[in-house]
Design a protein around this ligand. Structure first.
Ligand code: HDD
Length: 680
């Protein structure tokens, strides 16, 4: 691309140059020679040996043998989409970054979501942090915001990253467990590296089992810097806020989904985009003036600390919309290379020692993963603005650099490509004054590991606290070593004694009698119970048997659909299900091809036909949805699917004469879950 202004279509137009559709074409070799036979290798006689000269066979087989590349060492399982970002108002006061200046400019973006621990083929609803990596293709080059859905990290210094990852990955002697932290080495690491306390609280909370990639927040985690045209710098943290609110699964449900649909999150994202329900996230920034650097009760350079929104307000500055699915997962999702060091003028780093180490690691990993130094030439990684330098050659180089010189300074090319001054858009590192001795040490200001872990605990609603205790009990219940279990109990007594005592009991450890952090503060912004709740895109399973009353069902479905709620008809067989008046509804799923865990709510309709199989299977669905605190609506014969204990429970909406069933049901769906329900 040459200096064309960047708009929301720029990346798509660039990718278009590389797209190929083989439909309707002749089969050829990679050399372009047409192939006449693709089923039989070339042999000396029909029963004879295959011949070396069969170039088509050799080429086809060799290419196949080399199809796999190493998966990412972390964040291997991921899914991505294209979209655009638009700033609401100019951020000129804070940063000179061009893509944050003009509300009329739409910058193309590519976002890859991921789990951290599991291999490329692992299930998606595991308990884990989620990666949330965004590449902005700006007119000044690529800017990558490589974040997670948790605002803090396990460790404070990047030198510990290999240790952390070795502890949480499957254990080396038997490669178990896959995609899970619930094992001895991880918890041994936690107990012996107590800086992990805060992030572990998040990982044990509902945040680690998101309902949807469209319903989770994203965080840049580190303090970065905004630098404006005058050269003034301020510290900044970045947060993505989903417009659909932040919602989670329940743990039993998450585990079942892992089997029923290991692709649950990517399917949800893919289908939402295909349906035109484009996921939207607002970008928020928290800004700290340089002179306020030391005015907080935590060190702002410590990645195990968040900046409470109540103390440092989140300013919403723009919106990202994901509106296009990828065309080829390998070419785009797999080959995309993110790097927190990909910044543009106006965005700079802080001295957070975790960030500083990341600045090395990402290019290094791409070199092995993508096979050499030219990965920036892959279509998905190319900037949409021109790029020129004296870097040359290397494996799979695509650019044909035709100039005679490839060095700086030169006279033969009039000293070009020439560095640009800051006024011409050249990146200038912020000239922070630093001095100190070379030490391998950690600042004392990084040594409080428990206060913010306690802040998080204090901020949780009662159901969220209960889930955290259950998560600790589950994870530590899978730890074989008694000493490790006890060490973790003793460690979390420093966060909150009731918490540690509650899970200690469940895992056969000695409960603490004293401890606690002394922190009484809370941050309401941390509780998911305080987030936006909307009915849009929620999925409702409609359980229907033959001889139902069509008028009523059609009316309810149309009211649900008018609120953006999606409905799917579930019955015993595919095909059509026939109403009492002969109306036919097309069945989307049978009880065996779907499951209650795959829906946000159930609408039990039933039917007059006394079908035993329907009754058994539909009742199982209803019981399961009830156990997972989901909204259940029942009309007609569907009421008979509810057990007596359910009838007066919160979130269970039963049609009574004269009541507005659909309205109440929509309200119950919007609430997401009904935690005050008695579930045995
Ligand atoms: Fe990392 C991938 C996020 C700490 C080293 N990281 C990776 C991805 C995300 C993050 C979202 C996947 C990118 C993609 O989809 O391709 N990482 C984080 C966050 C961290 C963090 C939010 C803490 C604030 N990471 C971190 C440290 C190191 C790394 C401290 C090493 C010093 N991360 C890597 C890596 C990966 C990676 C090994 C694997 C694949 C890749 O980079 O491209 O270099």
């Amino acid at each position: 691309m040459s200096g064309k202004p960047v708009n929301e279509n720029s990346k798509n137009e660039q990718l278009e140059q590389y797209r190929t559709d083989d439909t309707g074409k002749h089969l050829t070799t990679n050399q372009g020679v047409k192939v006449s036979e693709d089923e039989f290798s070339l042999k000396a006689g029909v029963r004879g040996p295959t011949l070396m000269e069969d170039f088509h066979f050799r080429e086809k087989m060799t290419h196949f043998d080399h199809e796999r590349i190493p998966e990412r060492v972390v964040h291997a399982r991921g899914f991505a989409a294209h979209g655009e970002f638009q700033v609401y108002e100019s951020m000129k006061e804070y940063t000179k970054a061009k893509f944050l200046q003009d509300p009329a400019v739409k910058t193309p973006v590519f976002v890859r979501f991921s789990t951290v621990v599991g291999s490329r083929g692992s299930a998606e609803t595991v308990r884990d942090a989620r990666g949330f990596a965004t590449k902005f293709y700006t007119e000044e080059g690529n800017y990558d915001l490589v974040g997670n859905n948790i605002p803090v990290f396990f460790i404070q210094d990047a030198i510990k990253f290999p240790d952390l990852v070795h502890s949480i990955k499957p254990e080396p002697h038997n490669e178990m467990p896959q995609a899970s932290a619930a094992h001895d080495t991880f918890w041994d690491f936690v107990a012996n590296n107590q800086e992990t306390a805060h992030m572990v609280m998040w990982a044990m909370s509902d945040r680690a089992i998101p309902r949807s990639l469209r319903m989770m927040e994203g965080f840049g985690v580190h303090a970065f810097r905004f630098v404006n045209e005058e050269g003034k710098a301020r510290f900044v943290k970045f947060t993505w806020k989903p417009l659909l609110g932040t919602h989670s699964l329940v743990w039993d449900e998450a585990q079942k989904i892992a089997g029923k649909d290991p692709d649950f999150h990517r399917r949800d994202l893919w289908e939402a985009i295909e349906n035109g329900d484009y996921p939207e996230y607002e970008l928020g920034v928290q800004i700290i003036e340089e002179e306020d650097e030391f005015n907080f009760d935590f060190d702002i350079l410590d990645a195990t600390k968040l900046w409470p929104e109540e103390e440092i307000p989140l300013k919403i500055i723009g919106k990202m919309t994901l509106n296009r699915n990828v065309g080829n997962v390998f070419a785009e999702t797999e080959q995309v290379a993110f790097h927190p060091g990909h910044v543009v003028p106006g965005i700079d780093f802080s001295n957070d020692p975790l960030l500083q180490g990341r600045l090395f690691s990402y290019t290094d990993t791409q070199l092995i993963r993508l096979g050499g130094p030219n990965f920036h030439e892959l279509p998905i990684n190319r900037p949409v603005c021109p790029f020129h330098n004296n870097q040359r050659d290397g494996y799979s180089r695509q650019t044909i650099n035709t100039s005679q010189v490839a060095y700086h300074r030169n006279s033969l090319a009039n000293n070009t490509p020439a560095p640009a001054s800051p006024a011409q858009g050249g990146y200038q590192h912020y000239q922070e004054k630093v001095e100190g001795r070379k030490v391998r040490a950690r600042s004392d200001s990084f040594k409080d590991h428990f206060s913010q872990a306690a802040l998080f605990w204090n901020s949780m609603s009662e159901p969220e606290k209960k889930h955290i205790i259950e998560a600790f009990s589950f994870e530590l219940g899978k730890v074989m070593n008694e000493s490790v279990r006890q060490q973790v109990v003793d460690m979390f007594a420093n966060v909150n004694v009731e918490l540690a005592a509650a899970f200690a009991q469940n895992i056969g450890a000695v409960p603490p009698t004293s401890g606690g952090s002394g922190v009484t503060k809370s941050s309401p912004a941390l509780s998911q119970e305080n987030k936006v709740k909307k009915p849009e895109t929620r999925k409702v399973g409609v359980l229907i048997d033959k001889d139902f009353s069509a008028d009523e069902v059609q009316q309810v479905l149309s009211e649900l659909n008018s609120k953006g709620i999606q409905t799917a008809i579930v019955s015993t067989q595919l095909g059509n299900v026939t109403a009492a008046d002969g109306t036919e509804l097309q069945v989307d799923f049978t009880f065996s091809t779907s499951h209650a865990v795959l829906f946000d709510a159930l609408y039990a309709v039933g039917g007059k036909g006394e079908n035993k199989q329907f009754k058994t299977e539909a009742s199982n669905f209803v019981n399961e949805a009830f156990m997972h605190y989901k909204a259940i609506g029942a009309t007609q014969e569907g009421k008979k699917l509810l057990e007596d204990t359910m009838i007066l429970s919160p979130g269970v909406v039963i049609q009574e004469d004269g009541s507005s069933f659909a309205e109440s049901f929509i309200e119950a769906i919007t609430a997401h879950r009904h935690w005050d329900r008695q579930v045995v």
